[in-house]
Design a protein around this ligand. Structure first.
Ligand code: ZN
Ligand code: ZN
Length: 273
C-alpha cells in the first residue's frame, strides 16, 4: 500500500509527535509492566531469583530512563524517514492482512531475522574499535533493570532503529504484524533486563525451551562477560557460534532453585499485645 507522497518535512510535521508519543508509551508500558511484576515478585518466595547481589541505584535507573527517552527521539527520526519512504513507494506501508496463517508466518520470520540482526549487530559493536562509540553506554548498566531496555548511546539507537525500514524495504508486512512485533520486542527486551529470573525452572536445559533466551542469559552479559551471550529472543546464535556463557545453565539452575522458607519468615517476631 503506497501512501500519498509527502516531503520529509510534511511527514515530520504531521507524524513526529504521534510517533514519539507511541514509542515513549511503548517503552514506559513495557518497562513499567515488567518493573511492576519484579517489584511484586520480590515480595514473594521468588525474591531468591534475584540474579545479582548488587542492587541498581537510583542514579542507574535515572540514567537508563533518560537515555531511553533519547533513544525514543532517535526512533522518531527513523520513524519519520520510514513513513516518508512508504509515501515514496520505497518501503511497504501498513499492508492489509493476507490471512492469519501467512500473517503469523511473516511475524515469526520477522522475529527470527531480527534475532539474527541483533546478535550480529551486538557482537560487532563489541569490537574494540566500535565498542566505545556504539555500545559502552549500554554497558554502564551492570545490574540490569527493565528501564535499561532502550538505554543506548545515539549511534547504537540508530543501529537498532535502521532494522525496521530495512525489513519493510524487502517484505510487505501487515500493519498488525508490525505492531505485534514492536510489542513483543519491548516486552522481551524489558524481561531480559528484569534482574530477576522470570522463566520456569529447568528452562535453560529443556530440549525445546533452552533455545529461547532468559533473563539470566542477558544478565550474565551485563555482569561483565562481554564475550558471551550476545543473543536476544533466542540462544540459537550463541549456541551455534560457541559464544554461550559456559556457566549459563549452572547459573540459571542456581538462580531458579527452590529455596526453603526464608529466615526472615521463620524469625518473624510475634505480635506484641
Ligand atoms: Zn553488549
Ligand atoms: Zn542489555
Amino acid at each position: 500500500m503506497i501512501l500519498t507522497p509527502h516531503t520529509i518535512l510534511e511527514v515530520a510535521q504531521h507524524r513526529a509527535v504521534g510517533m514519539f508519543t507511541f514509542d515513549l508509551l511503548r517503552y514506559a508500558m513495557g518497562a513499567g509492566i515488567v518493573a511492576l511484576v519484579v517489584w511484586g515478585l520480590r515480595r514473594t518466595s521468588w525474591a531468591s531469583r534475584k540474579i545479582q547481589k548488587r542492587e541498581a541505584t537510583g542514579a542507574d535507573i535515572r540514567r537508563e530512563v533518560m537515555a531511553s527517552i533519547r533513544t525514543v527521539m532517535v526512533y522518531t527520526v527513523f520513524g519519520v524517514l520510514t513513513v516518508w519512504g512508504m509515501s515514496q513507494g520505497y518501503l511497504s506501508g501498513m499492508e492489509p492482512s493476507y490471512g492469519l496463517a501467512i500473517d503469523v508466518s511473516i511475524l515469526i520470520a520477522l522475529l527470527l531475522v531480527h534475532d539474527a540482526y541483533f546478535y550480529w549487530a551486538h557482537r560487532t559493536m563489541h569490537h574494540p574499535k566500535l565498542f566505545k562509540t556504539f555500545h559502552r553506554f549500554h554497558h554502564r548498566t551492570i545490574t540490569p533493570t527493565p528501564w535499561a531496555a532502550y538505554s543506548f548511546a545515539v549511534p547504537e539507537a540508530a543501529v537498532m532503529a535502521v532494522f525496521m525500514p530495512m525489513w519493510l524495504a524487502l517484505v510487505p508486512t501487515p500493519g498488525w504484524v508490525t505492531f505485534t512485533f514492536l510489542v513483543v520486542m519491548i516486552l522481551r527486551n524489558a524481561m531480559g533486563h528484569a534482574g530477576l529470573e522470570l522463566h520456569a525452572r529447568g528452562w535453560a536445559s529443556h530440549p525445546v525451551l533452552k533455545w529461547i533466551s532468559t533473563t539470566t542469559h542477558h544478565d550474565l552479559h551485563h555482569a561483565g562477560s562481554f564475550n558471551h551471550n550476545f543473543g536476544f529472543y533466542l540462544t540459537f546464535w550463541d549456541k551455534v557460534m560457541g559464544t554461550e556463557h559456559p556457566d549459563y545453565v549452572a547459573t540459571y539452575d542456581r538462580v531458579t532453585a527452590a529455596t526453603p522458607k526464608t529466615a526472615s519468615t521463620e524469625l518473624a517476631p510475634s505480635p506484641v499485645l
